[in-house]
Design a protein around this ligand. Structure first.
Ligand code: ARG
Ligand code: ZN
Length: 505
């Protein structure tokens, strides 16, 4: 779901500033000076919040834009409509490695649309219908252009049904090979950040357009088919296939949608009145199940610092595919087995990281990929808090302060940690350790500056104010200033945007 109100408000602010600000922020103004506009310049160049509409004055209807002008992925997502719900009816047959899908997308036009785009890299399209009428399509690269039989008026709700089938293909330009639709020995999984959804369903692939999802996956009955949210039903159908139907009723960014098919030990339970589903690949030892079971303990702790867990369901999935990462897929993170290797010791820190993302990343999503630190800095800081809570020493210390001190010391002045500004790391450095570690250090610097009392009010307030929505760095800074009563532009400028080691807070 997008919030046009905020978008328009910020777009107006951005439009006025866009020509005045180059890529580097101007030097910081002295603290406490009178600077009504300085927050948007000290804190990085303004975000481009809306793509310019393609205007044809002879036609009251326009083609929807093919991107949202994200700072790093301008083609991600599409303009001209807002998706409310995806209903995905999928069948995956590991024997033929084919995926068959019927995607029913309910959306509202935010412009008069002659045509509109969906992001799509999946199997061959069989047909597209808009409001039950066959639509014309043009599929090039990752853009599926849909021209409905009748143009759609702004404000109108419409339904798109896309039928497709075939072998999923690779995700071009993806951040590494472990992104998109991945075939495994016994099944498949669809996963990846910053984009992966378009590999398995047509989508408005940007966190700005969050929507609810029903994901029904039919697989051979000896396999499990896991996904986000609540397991609504598990029904045996014809041909020895079973359909697992999942419902994510909180708005979800597309990259947080996942499907995992294979031989899994699935445990269905509940925690604190919420459905709990965990799954571990059958090739992995039972010790992994025991570690994953700490999910509830970690969530309980995180609730004490971030406020109520934001979703209807919870859980986690440990896969045996060599992903090389874990991902905060909504309500049910997916973890690479390597995190649970007994040789690597206690794995609860990665649970703390991915579960913290349920608040920061999933419930409160980023508006623009440039602001990835709002996800990763927060999730990394949650690891530090969890270590402090459990008294576990990891990465240099048991307390958040000790962890901060270690990182501050071990990165010498000319290390890359300081070169890459976490507030604008660049698309190639989206997952750079500066985003994670210096991002977490930013929060610790904030904590030191405003004190524990204010700091531990800012975090849950950010989670509750922005629940099921998106937030920007500027909005976070404004909230921190509101709660602490302090002027914080300089602090955030130094920690997020300066290419050098900030002064010790
Ligand atoms: N957001 C994930 C995390 O929690 C990182 C995903 C990294 N993705 C990648 N392609 N390397 O750390
Ligand atoms: Zn993360």
């Amino acid at each position: 779901m997008v919030r046009p109100g905020i978008a328009r408000r910020l777009a107006v602010a951005a439009a006025g500033l866009v020509l005045l600000t180059a890529c580097t922020p101007p030097p910081p103004s002295p603290p406490n000076s009178d600077r009504p506009e300085s927050s948007s310049t000290l804190l990085g160049p303004p975000l481009a919040l809306e793509c310019p509409p393609v205007l044809d004055t002879s036609d009251p209807f326009d083609p929807g834009s093919d991107g949202l002008c994200d700072s790093y992925y301008p083609q991600a997502g599409n303009g001209g409509y807002d998706v409310e719900n995806y209903d995905l009816d999928l069948t995956y047959d590991p024997a033929t490695q084919t995926l068959r899908g019927v995607a029913t997308i309910t959306a509202t036009a935010t412009a008069n649309l002659r045509s509109f785009n969906l992001d799509y890299y999946g199997p061959d399209i069989e047909s597209v219908h808009v409001d039950d009428q066959r639509a014309a399509t043009d599929h090039r690269g990752g853009e599926l252009v849909v021209t409905p039989a009748n143009p759609i008026e702004t404000g109108t709700s419409f339904t798109v049904v896309v039928r497709y089938a075939g072998r999923p293909r690779g995700y071009p330009g993806a951040a590494g090979p472990s992104t998109g639709f991945l075939v495994t020995d016994d099944g498949a999984l669809a996963i990846g950040q910053p984009q992966s959804a378009a590999a398995w369903f047509p989508v408005n692939d940007h966190p700005r357009d969050k929507a609810t999802y029903t994901i029904a996956i039919s697989v051979p009955s000896n396999l499990a088919a896991l996904s986000n949210g609540v397991l609504e039903s598990q029904r045996e159908g014809p041909m020895g296939f079973t359909t697992w139907t999942w419902r994510e009723s909180s708005p979800m960014a597309p990259y947080l949608a996942t499907m995992v098919v294979g031989e899994y030990r699935v445990v269905v339970g509940s925690h604190d009145g919420r459905p709990l589903v965990t799954a571990v690949h059958t090739s992995l030892p039972d010790s992994v199940d025991a570690e994953l079971a700490r999910t509830t303990e970690v969530v309980e702790y995180l609730e004490t610092v971030f406020g109520p867990y934001p979703f209807e369901a919870l859980g986690g999935i440990v896969v045996n595919a060599p992903l090389g990462y874990a991902l905060e897929t909504q309500a049910r993170p997916v973890y690479d087995q390597s995190f649970f290797d007994v040789e690597r010791g206690d794995a609860s820190w990665v649970l703390a990281h991915e579960l913290a993302h349920q608040w920061f990343g999933d419930s409160v999503s980023i508006y623009d990929w440039r602001e990835i630190w709002l996800n990763e800095g927060f999730a990394t800081y949650a690891e530090w808090l969890w270590n402090e809570h459990t008294g576990t020493s990891r990465n240099g210390g048991a307390t958040a302060q000790a962890t901060f001190d270690t990182w501050y010391r071990i990165f010498s002045d000319n290390e890359r940690l300081w070169d890459v500004p976490p507030g604008d790391p660049g698309a190639d450095d989206l997952f750079h350790q500066a985003v994670y570690i210096r991002g977490a250090m930013t929060l610790h610097a904030l904590r030191k500056t405003v004190g524990d009392e204010a700091f531990f009010r800012i975090l849950p307030e950010w989670a509750s104010r922005k629940k099921n929505s998106t937030g920007t760095t500027l909005e976070f800074v404004a909230l921190a200033e509101e709660i602490s009563g302090q002027e914080l532009d300089k602090l955030f400028h130094d920690w997020l945007y300066s290419p050098k080691r900030p002064p010790r807070p």
